[in-house]
Design a protein around this ligand. Structure first.
Ligand SMILES: N[C@@H](CCC(=O)N[C@@H](CS)C(=O)NCC(=O)O)C(=O)O
Length: 210
């Protein structure tokens, strides 16, 4: 049995895991799930019930997207995504995952958080966007002129932010961020990991990914 990845196409955490797996040339069996109907097989591996979950051939289970990225990159990192200030990269990813993401969810589902207007949640998100814009005004990517772990781990969330109100995002004062996002979304690597797979049900076969 090959490594097995439980994934959900539109989840930004699953996207970063699939990006690292595809980039590093690993091959896994992909099980596309529905978040509302998590398969018992996945919950038996990781009871916290989040995707992505990677069950390795060795029986080890990785149920955090950054651990899956780390696993893939430790096997093969042809363009040195891990080179540079890894502590600073992890700190920025942490800010993405634990601060920006919370505001992003409120902005995206503002009707479920009626305490404030949508624009308030968007402004809270902008603290992070301003920081990224400043970095990208200085270099093509977040940490240097080269793509790194941080760009890959963060851009799926900025893509989600941009999609909430594309008209607003396109006219917002973040030209470097817009260009960066555009180039990452249009890269063949991203296109390859956004291929659609039918939902996995116990009776169906998995799909080799990528
Ligand atoms: N810290 C986890 C977060 C993963 C996560 O929250 N994934 C979301 C989907 S984007 C999820 O599975 N949520 C559970 C649910 O919606 O039931 C990671 O980095 O892998």
């Amino acid at each position: 049995m090959k490594h097995c990845l439980y994934s959900f196409r539109r989840c930004p955490y699953a996207m970063r895991a699939r990006l690292a797996i595809a980039y590093s040339g690993q091959s896994v069996q992909l099980r596309e799930i529905i978040l509302k109907e998590k398969p018992a097989e996945m919950l038996a591996l990781s009871s916290k019930g989040t995707v992505p979950v990677l069950a390795l051939q060795s029986d080890e289970v990785l149920d955090e997207s950054l651990d899956i990225m780390g696993w893939a990159l430790s096997l093969n990192d042809p363009d040195q995504w891990l080179s540079g200030n890894i502590h600073a990269m992890l700190a920025l990813i942490d800010e993405n995952d634990f601060e920006f993401k919370g505001w992003l969810d409120r902005y995206k589902y503002a009707d479920r958080f009626p305490e404030y207007e949508e624009s308030y949640y968007r402004e809270q998100c902008e603290d992070f966007l301003i920081q990224l814009e400043q970095r990208l005004a200085n270099s093509d990517y977040l940490f240097s002129e080269k793509l790194s772990l941080a760009d890959i781990a963060i851009f799926p969330f900025i893509r989600q932010f941009a999609a909430v109100d594309q008209t607003w995002f396109q006219q917002a004062p973040y030209p470097h961020l817009q260009k960066w996002l555009d180039s990452l979304i249009n890269a063949s690597l991203f296109k390859s990991i956004m291929q659609k797979y039918p939902t996995w049900l116990t009776s169906q076969t998995e799909h080799t990914f990528p």
